[in-house]
Design a protein around this ligand. Structure first.
Ligand code: HEM
Length: 326
């Protein structure tokens, strides 16, 4: 009988030896060899009830020893749950509210008609600070909202590849434009802080709702009315909250631990969405909402009748200084 290659060769016992060796190596290691992980499942579960599950590392960065941090799950649920849905609703209701306001009140007109004579409202420096801030804010706002809502709203429309590129580009823009944005707000703050101290005139302006709700009502106001002063301080305080929390996120773990990072992310998301809602209202009133308002930041010149109706005390002071109409 001829012996074939398999049954007759020396390969057969050799293959058995390899098989036995492999099985022996694959057998469970003794407990003494498993030093980094908790001894058994029960101990692991017990640890999960409390703080994080940690191992041991020999590098200086002690936080890399954290294997599981159960509290991180609660934080993620808060961010993706109540924070995102409250923010989303705030933005939807703001847009709907502005549309209803436009439908009911209509565009706020210059009641005495345009006079054809203008006066300077904002200098070139003031407009530069404003538009630097505004352009950066629009990109920051859109790229930030994309991080929060893009995956569910934009990805289904453009597909995962295009969404990944868009988000990567948006994140870069978000990081870099934060610097000129903060600079712009700082400039506006320096230029306008002295015009934004609240006084009795502003309280009265706010009490009358700025006359925005009723035609023919024009409560007096200085360079900035009570509503604009509220906006100014919201922008200053909102930017401080966004910048502090944003730079903590941009330079992780330099000044805070994991709990601080998590708080920074929540503060950044909440402040960002509130700011976007506030600025939507501001953009509305500066464009479609009020006749003649855009020129103030466009050419820097406003119609004298517009100025008299909305900033009567400022016109009085400007004319007293000889800076009246052109
Ligand atoms: C497309 C976007 C924007 C438009 C069309 C716009 C329009 C205007 C206009 C017309 C004024 C002058 C109002 C007046 O003469 O009384 C103004 C002022 C101002 N803007 Fe904007 N703006 C925009 C974005 C922003 C952004 C993003 C910020 C801040 C984050 C901002 C902050 C301010 C502040 C603090 C003032 C002075 C107070 C006030 O007039 O309300 N603006 N803007």
């Amino acid at each position: 009988m001829r012996r074939n290659f398999w049954t007759g060769s020396v390969l057969k016992p050799a293959l058995w030896a390899v098989f036995i060796l492999t099985m022996a190596l694959a057998a469970p290691m003794p407990a003494s060899a498993q030093q980094a992980a908790p001894a058994d499942e029960a101990a692991l579960l017990q640890q999960l009830q409390g703080g994080p599950v940690t191992g041991r590392v020999s590098i200086p960065d002690a936080k890399s020893a954290v294997l599981i941090q159960p509290q991180g799950r609660e934080w993620r649920d808060t961010l993706n749950g109540p924070v995102k849905s409250a923010g989303g609703w705030l933005l939807v209701l703001t847009v709907v509210g502005l549309a209803v306001f436009l439908a009911v009140r209509g565009r706020i007109k210059v009641e005495h008609g345009l006079s054809g004579r203008t006066m300077e409202r904002f200098s070139g420096t003031e407009r530069f600070a404003h538009w630097l801030t505004a352009i950066c804010f629009i990109v920051l706002g859109l790229s930030g909202l994309n991080l929060s809502f893009g995956r569910s709203l934009i990805m289904p429309l453009i597909g995962p590849e295009a969404f990944a590129s868009l988000t990567q580009f948006g994140k870069l823009a978000h990081n870099f434009l934060s610097f000129p944005f903060v600079l712009g707000v700082l400039l506006m703050a320096v230029l306008w802080i002295r015009h934004n101290i609240f006084n009795a005139v502003d309280i009265e302006w706010l009490r009358q709702g700025g006359g925005l709700l009723r035609k023919g009502v024009h409560p007096p106001a200085g360079k900035f009315n009570g509503g604009q002063k509220v906006l100014f301080w919201l922008v200053v305080l909102g930017t401080i909250a966004l910048a502090v929390s944003g730079y903590i996120l941009m330079f992780p773990f330099y000044v805070t631990d994991i709990a601080g990072m998590q708080t920074a992310q929540i503060v950044h998301a909440v402040a960002g969405m509130v700011m976007v809602a506030v600025i939507l209202g501001h953009i509305y009133i500066g464009t479609v909402g009020m006749e003649g308002a855009f020129d103030a930041m466009g050419s820097g010149q406003v119609d004298v009748n517009w100025a008299r109706e909305h900033h009567s005390l400022w016109v009085r002071d400007a004319q007293a200084r000889g800076g009246g109409d052109d």
